[in-house]
Design a protein around this ligand. Structure first.
Ligand code: CAA
Length: 706
């Protein structure tokens, strides 16, 4: 293994180059090596200045997250020690920031006396996304160097800033003029600094300038981020750390930052969010599929169907600069669909997020057609027609006839059997499911459904394509509803049953919202459309016939034409965006309960939470056992990105790991007994859950083999 840093001298300039792929994560070995090289440069009287550079595309991705929770993160020299030592340097230190400087990587740049930056440099403190705060001085040094408003914004949002913005904020001292080698230019800059007798700085000599801060600045800031950060622990600690920077000298501020950092690190939320960081990356790795498999070119895309889903899907590609042809046999619908896309862009432009020119550029990439022959040459077709097997089969039969060899034929079905669809073509290896979530231009999740014949290069191409259009891909197997909707079924079933037993939609939704979900299940049902779930149920009537109460209220609402928000009435009554409880839903629940002999009672919030969330987890265990999901963390990615599951819980499976699988199992067994025949019918612990409890293991310790 090569050393994590290289040391070289150029006349009187020492260059320490970090070379620890993939991202120069500041793990113990890199910290040690960086500090040793630094001490060597200090000890050498022939050295007048030091440049810290990177051998990779990124400058530094920050602390090594995989060390968190273990002893290595604390092993000396820890990151604060290394950075404090660098800050004390009597010789000028130049950070040669060629690319991303994130977290501890940005904090490293901040302790340097000068920052020399290339065009690709970006600076960010994304720790809040990991449930923590910048713990190596970022909360104390950034407000000193760039002011409180920018520091607070960067630290609480985690969003990196461009090199231009960093320069405007005074964080970049010199830009590479893009001629010649970046490192050579950084060395030349360091030599100039030496020649001009440039001084060294320490943030300890700076105080935070609060003179221009309006009264109530922090209170107003808290209010402004309250909705976005609901239920999260770290953002408030980030604010407290910046407040400390405003009043305390650097050394004391650093100590306060350290305390707050530890407080955050020891929370289930930090574990959950760090779990999601690795989960998102793991989800792109498919057991048995070589990630280096050559991909197919995706230069032209067609979308079949110009409804809400088709339009939303098309927008993803237009946004990424990829031409899209939308096909609909109904010319009027097609025109309407194109108009909706234009309106969506107009709304975004009105908010100042797109220029008129950008809207036009995107619209120019869009063509519409009613003829299949016009899409013969595209590289990828995504079918987004009505959720009905016969219709989808017809579409795929035609696609098979017209599309060029090697085109990827994808279905956006949310529940149907991808293998059955593939079987109508002579090229099942080219068929895959690409399940976008509504609204498809907004939701980041993409379930990539791997059919039994789907070729490896189609899978790898789909993953790369998803990343190119900024989605979070998760590869899943074929079953009714795949991972997301399959897990949703028992969750939704229990919520619905609880209404018959005595809960109200508002109570159930409140419990789920307070748990952290973006919205309760009934609000979600009203938004997605009660007609949509009814039609899905039509396809599985034989499997639910044994439960006479199964989603009975929903069926009744469907029969009454109460489809949810779109008709102004569903589980709730809507007036514009305002919603009220609907007493008729309670009456309906009472009538159905009486008809079925279900005794109504007061339902506790705890019971609501356990019966909905634990059954979601139980189904996750079942699909993991069946190999539909490759890892429990894939289910978490699906739920956090597609179903509004709180990131602070890390997804249902991580939540189960956190509270203990034995707790989940015991509750399922309790309800099995307590709920009589109904419990017998539905509260069946997944065998994998039982096995893992027996072995004293967590979900994260279980991986499906290829
Ligand atoms: N620690 C450990 N591993 C890391 C890492 C880090 N900080 N950053 C990235 N990696 C790993 C990824 O897990 C991935 O590993 P696999 O290939 O095994 O899956 C690999 O590096 C490449 O990462 P990406 O696939 O994400 O590569 P990318 O080029 O798309 O993105 C990146 C690179 C922008 C740096 C992105 O990885 C990223 O955002 N990383 C996290 C940055 C971060 O949050 N830093 C703060 C760390 S906490 C901190 O620094 C605390 C402190 O104050 C002391």
């Amino acid at each position: 293994m090569s050393a994590p840093t290289h040391y070289a001298t150029h006349a009187n300039i020492a260059v320490i180059t970090m070379d620890s792929p993939p991202v120069n994560g500041l793990g113990h070995a890199l910290r040690r090596s960086l500090l040793d090289d630094f001490e060597r440069a200090l000890a050498d009287d022939g050295i007048a200045a030091i440049v810290i550079a990177s051998a990779g595309k990124l400058f530094c991705g920050g602390a090594d997250i995989s060390e968190f929770g273990g002893d290595s993160a604390l092993r000396e020299p820890n990151l604060p020690q290394v950075l404090n030592r660098l800050e004390e340097s009597p010789k000028p230190v130049v950070a040669a920031v060629n690319g991303m400087a994130l977290g501890g990587g940005m904090e490293l740049a901040l302790v340097c006396d000068y920052r020399f930056a290339g065009a690709a440099a970006r600076f960010g403190l994304p720790e809040v996304n990991l449930g923590i705060l910048p713990g190596a001085g970022g909360t104390q040094r950034l407000p000193r160097l760039a002011g409180v408003p920018l520091a607070l914004e960067m630290i609480t949002s985690g969003r990196p800033i461009s090199v231009d913005k960093a320069q405007q904020a005074g964080l970049v001292d010199r830009r590479h003029n893009d001629t010649g080698e970046f490192l050579d230019a950084a060395i030349t800059y360091a030599a100039e600094l030496v020649d001009s007798g440039a001084s060294v700085h320490s943030c300890a000599t700076l105080s935070v300038d609060t003179t221009d801060l309006p009264d109530n600045f922090f209170a107003d800031f808290r209010r402004s981020i309250a909705r976005r950060t609901r239920g999260l622990y770290a953002p408030e600690r980030c604010i407290q750390a910046v407040e400390a920077a405003c009043t305390l000298p650097l050394a004391e501020g650093l100590q306060r930052e350290g305390e707050l950092f530890i407080e955050c690190m020891n929370t289930p939320q930090a574990r959950a969010q760090q779990h999601l960081f690795f989960a998102e990356r793991a989800a792109t790795k498919v057991p048995g599929v070589d990630p280096k498999t050559p991909v197919r070119n995706i230069e032209k895309v067609a979308v079949i169907g110009s409804g809400t889903m088709g339009g939303g899907i098309a927008m993803n590609f237009l946004n990424a600069g990829i031409p899209v042809t939308v096909l609909d046999l109904n010319a009027e619908a097609l025109e309407r669909g194109a108009e909706v896309i234009r309106n969506n862009y107009a709304i975004t432009a009105k908010k100042g997020k797109l220029t008129e020119a950008q809207v036009e550029q995107r619209m120019e990439l869009l063509t519409t057609t009613t003829e299949y022959a016009s899409i013969a040459g595209v590289d990828l077709v995504i079918e987004a027609v009505f959720e009905n097997m016969d219709i989808k089969k017809k579409v795929f039969t035609t696609l098979d006839e017209v599309c060029k060899p090697g085109a990827i034929l994808a279905t956006n079905t949310s529940t149907l059997d991808v293998d059955e669809i593939a079987a109508v073509t002579k090229r099942p290896q080219d068929v895959i499911g690409l399940h976008f979530f509504s609204p498809a231009n907004v939701m980041r999740l993409l379930e990539i459904v791997r059919g039994k014949a789907t070729a490896d290069d189609v899978i790898v191409t789909s993953i790369k394509m998803a990343q190119a259009i900024k989605k979070i891909p998760v590869v899943v197997g074929v079953c009714f509803g795949f991972v997301g909707n399959r897990m949703l079924e028992p969750y939704s079933r229990e919520a619905s049953r609880l209404l018959l037993e005595g809960a109200t939609p508002a109570q159930v939704d409140r419990v789920l919202y307070d748990f952290g979900l973006a919205m309760g299940i009934f609000s979600m049902g009203d938004l997605a459309g009660i007609d949509v779930s009814f039609l899905v149920r039509e396809g599985i009537r034989d499997q639910i016939a044994h439960d006479p109460g199964y989603q009975k209220i929903s069926d009744k609402l469907y029969a009454l034409g109460r489809y949810g928000q779109k008709t102004g009435r569903g589980f709730y009554i809507y007036e514009g965006r305002e919603r009220q409880e609907d007493p008729e839903v309670v009456t309906l629940a009472e009538e159905i309960a009486a008809e079925l002999g279900i005794e109504r009672r007061e339902i506790s919030d705890q019971e609501i939470l356990e019966r909905t969330i634990y059954m979601l987890i139980n189904e996750g265990a079942q699909i993991l056992d069946e190999g539909i999901a490759y890892r429990s963390s894939d289910c978490d990615i699906v739920y956090c990105n597609g179903y509004g599951f709180p990131i602070g819980r890390g997804g249902p499976m991580q939540y189960a790991d956190e509270i203990g699988l034995d707790t989940v199992l015991a509750a399922i067994e309790k309800y099995r007994q307590q709920l009589g025949a109904y419990g017998e019918m539905w509260f069946k612990p997944a065998p994998l859950l039982q096995r893992l409890v027996k072995e004293g293991k967590q979900f994260k310790q279980y991986t499906v083999k290829s």
